[in-house]
Design a protein around this ligand. Structure first.
Ligand code: SF4
Ligand code: SF4
Length: 72
């Protein structure tokens, strides 16, 4: 499941642009993710410039710095 850290977000829209499923909705300073239709592909995490998104999987939380270690 994708986690969103609202306090970090600057609402740049980068995650919206890279989401292949179009499940991220950004209106002004309100961002929401339709997790029912999210595939956990993690493209939005890698696309976020400030680490406001993460992936929770089996009780562990993965951030972009884990890229390249086989987790994404
Ligand atoms: S994990 Fe993939 S499908 Fe889900 S919100 Fe992020 S980019 Fe979209
Ligand atoms: S890419 Fe990151 S900072 Fe930009 S809108 Fe998405 S979550 Fe917020």
């Amino acid at each position: 499941m994708i986690l969103f850290y609202e306090e970090l977000c600057n609402y740049c829209g980068s995650c919206v642009a890279v989401c292949p499923e179009n499940v991220i909705n950004l209106v002004d300073i309100h961002l929401s993710i339709d997790r029912e239709n999210c595939t956990d592909c993690a493209k939005c995490i890698k696309g976020c410039p400030i680490g406001a998104l993460a992936l929770e999987r089996k009780g562990k939380i993965y951030y972009p710095e884990y890229e390249g270690r086989g987790l994404f």
